[in-house]
Design a protein around this ligand. Structure first.
Ligand code: BG6
Length: 509
């Protein structure tokens, strides 16, 4: 659905990597699908001194490298690139925002963008409160001539207190309905599919509760290390980088009650209720419910991988976790007693994200100890990436004499759809923000509730020397102790392959 209101997308931090690799290429993708409004402009803002032309030249390269749409039509690229402008501004200097105001006015007059502006904060988090304050000092947050929206990238705070302070800081200058907090996982097509899968199928919803589900597992693993981002990662770690935001959002979608409508507040109210029902983990119980690890050196497929402590920008004695796993409970009517296990890490064997629902076993094992189904749970795998799709594992008779049951797969792959264009997360989220639809953006209260849950873990990891930090060799599934955290007979984490359905057999990772 096209964005109808004409507008200027103002990107702070426009000379940075995110604008180059994701934001501008995603807007180009929207342009190629005729989803942008009739009158549209991008205004890049940054400290680097660029002319409009410098900015355009740089962005052409980004588009050619990262766009998902065809980039061989020079005429199309040029007509898109002419929608781009740039103004050098030091975001810390209030007086510099006068230049921004003038440029926005000029663009609005020239391109007929009608005073509607999205401000996208793609800057270091230290500027997240300064920029809104400076926008406000020049009246740029006021909606008297068109609407104003503010998109904030993660990290949204560093812990509960800083997230609370940031929230209040933003709310001094913008109203909640103007603020769009990005969690790019919510922009993923397959993450949104969790809502459709759960609430459009009569067959699964009746089973989706403590009566039939044994436990739920959520994995988001990466095979890469921290690369050039050691400096950032040192102050973050896996818990802040992936679990507090992306994985918690997945928990919210997997566990929420049906919203009354598919619209922003209904859905976000339900996510909030899930987070509010999370059983708090006390500081003394952290080791029981949360495991942290850090990757060590190893040779993976003949390639030698550095230890995390040897990466650029990382303290040689670093205690930052590159792997985190948590066992959590949602104390509400639907989920009481059902454990959720979530894990994420760098330098694991492969890049994969999936939600696995383990259904309870039958009350009796009629088909004997030899049968696979005596030992396995029916599993429903919602694969987020790669090889996006859905897999259901159930027991079937092995042909021939007797009654031996083995596990078989029923699977759906998005790649099997002939017109399966999966838009990038940023493409979807940028379009929604232009359309004023905040459904896939996180709301301040839910972000704080998620921080409240992880905060005691962060504090214990920082302050309590008795909480172990396990080292795991690069290329493995994290510390061995994490394998033992799952309750149940014959069960540990699923061993996911790159291909959704190639499981239980040898697979290339
Ligand atoms: C980001 C994290 O939010 O998500 C990165 O900061 C991580 O460390 C990335 O690599 C993973 O995203 P995706 O879409 O590749 O799963």
């Amino acid at each position: 659905m096209k964005a109808n209101d004409n507008l200027t997308l103002t990107i702070f931090g426009a000379s940075g990597d995110l604008a180059y690799r994701k934001l501008v290429p995603s807007v180009y993708d929207l342009y190629m699908q005729s989803l942008l409004p009739d009158c549209f402009a991008i205004l890049g803002v940054g400290r680097t001194v660029y002319s409009d032309q410098d900015f355009r030249d740089k962005m052409i390269k980004g588009i050619k490298e990262f766009s998902l749409q065809p980039t061989d039509d020079e005429e199309k690229i040029n007509s898109f690139i002419n929608l781009l402008y740039y103004v050098p501004v030091d975001s810390k200097k209030t007086e510099d925002f006068a230049k921004l105001k003038d440029r926005l006015q000029e663009i609005s007059d020239k391109c007929h963008t009608e005073g509607n502006v999205i401000f996208y904060l793609s800057t270091p988090p230290s500027l997240y409160e300064i920029i809104p304050a400076n926008l406000s000092a020049h009246g740029l947050n006021k909606e008297d001539q068109g609407w104003r929206r503010l998109i904030v990238e993660k990290p949204f705070g560093y812990d509960y207190e800083t997230a609370q302070a940031l929230n209040s800081g933003l709310l001094k200058y913008f109203e909640e309905k103007q603020i769009y907090r990005i969690d790019h996982y919510l922009g993923k097509e397959t993450v949104q599919n969790m809502l459709v899968f759960r609430f459009s199928n009569g067959i699964f919803e009746p089973l989706w509760n403590r009566n039939y589900i044994h436990h739920i597992e959520i994995t988001a693993s990466e095979s890469i290390g921290v690369g050039e981002r050691g400096g950032y990662y040192e102050g973050s770690g896996a818990l802040r980088d992936m679990l507090q935001n992306h994985l918690m959002q997945l928990v919210g979608l997997a566990a929420m009650e049906p919203p009354t409508k598919i619209e922003a507040d209904s859905i976000r109210n339900e996510t909030l209720k899930v987070f509010e029902a999370l059983r708090p983990i006390g500081r003394d119980d952290v080791s029981k419910y949360a495991i942290r690890g850090q990757y060590g050196a190893a040779t993976v497929k003949g390639e030698s991988m550095k230890a995390y402590r040897e990466e650029t920008g990382v303290d040689p004695d670093s205690r930052t976790e590159t792997f985190a796993a948590i066992k959590l409970f949602i104390d509400n009517w639907r989920w009481s007693g059902v454990p959720f296990y979530i894990r994420s890490g760098k330098r694991l064997p492969t890049r994969v994200a999936e939600v696995v629902v383990y259904f309870k076993k039958t009350p009796l094992s009629l088909f004997g100890d030899e049968s696979e189904m005596t030992h396995e749970y029916n599993q429903l795998v919602l694969r987020i990436q790669p090889d996006e799709g859905v897999l259901l594992k159930f027991g079937l008779k092995v042909p021939g004499a007797g009654f031996k049951a083995e596990t078989v797969n029923m699977d759906f792959h998005y790649s099997g759809l002939s017109d399966a264009y999966l838009p990038s997360a940023y493409e979807r989220l940028l379009l929604d923000s232009m359309r004023g639809d905040a459904t896939l953006f996180t709301r301040g209260d839910a972000v704080l509730a998620a921080w409240k849950f992880v905060d005691p873990i962060l504090k214990a990891w920082k302050k309590d020397p008795n909480v172990p930090l396990y080292q795991y060799p690069s290329g493995t599934w994290g510390p061995e102790v994490a394998d033992k955290m799952i309750d149940g007979e014959d069960v540990t984490w699923r061993y996911p392959c790159r291909n959704l359905a190639d499981d239980g057999i040898f697979c290339e990772l």
